[in-house]
Design a protein around this ligand. Structure first.
Ligand code: OFO
Length: 197
């Protein structure tokens, strides 16, 4: 072995040693933690999705007692969907190293005056949820949490869909007015709507 190749071998060994030292000196953080502020905001969103689910559940029960079978089916499905939205947040928070928390139960209203009133409340509630989702997206961008921002885009699209559904239903109810036959057909139509989940 000549002096040049000896020098090359020594340099390679020194580099390999330095790489090993660096590896142990700066341990890799495999547990990517959610920013605490984002974690807490996502937990608040869990509470809101839970509230939505309970709200739809109470509406469904009222409609069932009143004999609106199609509207009842639609509202029970909506309640299940909101629970699925909540669970999606549970899994995301926990997978990102946070802790998803079961929210305190907020009691929803028990009775309603009319079907019209139910869907006015649905639209109002969904607009409120959309606002909260937008706030969350805004916070993620400010905190540079692009992963959660990306995750939340599903909720942004979902809220557009839910607001549109509520507005369409209210438009139909406005057309039906006090026509009982129209309401009967509307009840059948809502009952035939497939759920999304
Ligand atoms: Fe969760 O979509 Fe409505 O609230």
């Amino acid at each position: 072995m000549n002096v040049k190749s000896m020098t090359t071998n020594i340099a390679a060994s020194v580099n390999a040693f330095a790489a090993i030292v660096l590896l142990f000196a700066a341990p890799i953080n495999f547990n990517i933690m959610l920013n605490k502020k984002i974690e807490s905001a996502l937990n608040e969103q869990i509470a809101l999705e839970h509230e939505s689910s309970q709200y739809y559940l109470s509406m469904a029960s009222w409609a069932e007692v009143k004999g609106y079978h199609g509207i009842t089916k639609f509202l029970y499905l909506q309640s299940d969907e909101e629970r699925a939205h909540m669970l999606k947040l549970f899994h995301y928070i926990n997978e990102r190293g946070g802790h998803a928390l079961v929210p305190d139960a907020k009691i929803p209203p028990k009775s309603f005056q009319t079907i019209q009133e139910i869907f006015e409340q649905v639209l109002k509630h969904e607009i409120k949820v959309s606002g909260e989702i937008n706030e969350l997206v805004d916070m993620c961008q400010k905190e540079k949490d692009y992963t959660t921002n990306n995750f939340l885009q599903w909720y942004v699209a979902e809220q557009i869909d839910e607001e549109r559904t509520a507005r369409n239903i209210l438009d139909k109810l406005a057309l039906i007015g006090s026509d009982k036959g129209g309401l009967y057909l509307f009840d059948n139509e809502l009952g035939a709507m497939p759920g999304k989940k």
